[in-house]
Design a protein around this ligand. Structure first.
Ligand code: ATP
Ligand code: MG
Length: 426
């Protein structure tokens, strides 16, 4: 294929805008985050749940809410061959609740704590920290009314983020009330913004009617300016919501978990009630939330299940990776590389490799021909700790030569002795 033909072919099969390939070495950071997240969820007794990537469009329209950014603008929806309207999931909570109701999981002893991990799809304008396919790690706890569960979740998140080396993130919290107190606040908001409508953006003019709370988290400058002096939701909370919010803060204080109260934290999804929270950073520019969540006490019932309080969050994995990229030291996964100087040694090399794998040691055998120099370069790229060198001469004496690439020692010895004595950190 000529260079020109190659360029034409590549252009035809280009990666779609807003989608990413993730490959080594960056993928090691991903694996590390996934492993640590699972370890932490396990520590707090969250169990994994694997949910489908495609669901019927209705699930999200109903669950997330008609007037939300996701449902209005961001869904990847399509018709399948039998004309059903389907959507690539934009988030995990709606599917989780569907699964909970459909499988009668509410009959099991409560609380039930689940976590999920996987790709989500939103048709957004791709930019730094915002893709059309992105990964979320999320957790949900169902059946618990007590604000101690929100506190436990924030403790778990904070422990996880610290383990990942992210110590200076902000926890922002708010309460957006319930069906008893929120309607009154919405009324107040509408009358506050009534004479400011001409300053609000097109979206906020729509939100004025559908859900005026959303005007509070609009990022458009005019809308931010119009919010000066806006009534604060905390003052409109009913006694139950107010008690819930105070109790949550009491828990966080007890554990000395630092947080800020953000009166404008209303979140983009319709299903939230009472507690909302976000974990944010100043290091990522405009896309500053690395995790977001809240309570959704009405959703299970809305999907046909019994009234069940619930709370959950989702971490945006790309944004965590972006924070770790500069500081992450490549995983020190040690391994052995077997260089073959003489083709006759090939079978023996694979035999030694299998013996090493029996001991749990990661091994690569060189494939094909290549100078020793070339093979040592490969070993280096694979972060090998040891190189075994096999040539005709070594074989005839049942010996091998080895190099320790960590402490730069080398030697030779009987194959059996080497296999007995080698120690490699896994
Ligand atoms: P944002 O305000 O950034 O659009 P959101 O409120 O839409 O976020 P959620 O639906 O709560 O986000 O999703 C939880 C987390 O998932 C976000 O805090 C973020 O880290 C991540 N996330 C959301 N959308 C994207 C995206 N398009 N690309 C990358 N990460 C995303
Ligand atoms: Mg969004």
């Amino acid at each position: 294929m000529t260079k020109k033909e190659r360029v034409t072919v590549l252009a035809r099969f280009n990666l779609l805008k807003g989608f990413e390939d993730i490959y080594p070495p960056e993928v090691f950071i991903w694996q590390w985050i996934e492993t640590k997240a699972k370890e932490h969820f396990n520590l707090y007794n969250y169990e994994e749940i694997k949910l489908p990537i495609v669901e019927s469009t209705d699930l999200f329209t109903r669950g997330i809410g008609e007037g939300t950014d996701i449902v209005e603008k961001e869904m990847y929806s399509f018709q399948d061959k039998s004309g059903r309207l389907l959507t690539l999931r934009p988030e995990g909570t709606a599917s989780m609740v569907r699964c909970y109701v459909e499988n009668n999981l509410f009959n099991r002893p409560s609380p039930q704590k689940f976590f999920y991990y996987g790709p989500m799809f939103r048709y957004e304008r791709p930019q730094k920290g915002r893709q059309r396919q992105f990964y979320q790690i999320g957790a949900e706890a169902l059946g618990i009314d007590n604000p101690a569960i929100e506190a436990e979740m924030l403790l778990m998140l904070s422990r996880l983020l610290k383990t990942l080396g992210l110590n200076s993130l902000n926890i922002e919290i708010n309460s957006i009330g319930c069906d008893d107190c929120r309607p009154q606040y919405k009324k107040e908001l509408r009358s506050f913004f009534e004479d400011k409508k001409s300053h609000l953006c097109v979206d906020c003019n729509r939100r004025y009617e559908s859900n005026p709370l959303r005007i509070l988290d609009c990022k458009v400058t005019n809308c931010i300016e119009s919010r000066q002096g806006v009534p604060v939701l905390a003052q409109f909370l009913c006694p139950n919501c107010s008690r819930h919010y105070s109790a949550l803060k009491g828990f966080l204080d007890e554990f000395q978990l630092r947080y800020v109260q953000n009166d404008n934290l209303v979140r983009g999804l319709d299903y939230y009630t009472r507690t909302t929270f976000e974990i944010t950073t100043e290091a990522l520019g405009a896309q500053k939330a690395v995790c977001a969540g809240g309570r959704y006490d009405r959703l299970v019932e809305q999907f046909g299940g019994p009234s069940t309080p619930a709370v959950g969050f989702a971490i945006g994995v790309e944004r965590i990776v972006a924070l770790l990229k500069d500081n992450y030291k490549e995983a020190q996964r040690e391994s052995v590389f077997i260089a073959i100087i003489d083709e006759k040694a090939e079978k023996k090399a694979h035999k030694i490799a299998e013996d090493l794998r029996d001991k749990g040691i990661v091994v690569s055998v060189n494939f094909g021909k290549g100078s020793l120099k070339n093979q040592l370069r490969k070993a280096d790229r694979l972060n090998s700790s040891h190189v075994i060198i096999l040539g005709e001469e070594e074989l005839s004496r049942d010996k091998l030569s080895w190099k320790n690439l960590r402490n730069h020692t080398q030697g030779e010895g009987k194959i059996d002795e080497f296999l007995t004595n080698i120690e490699v950190k896994a």
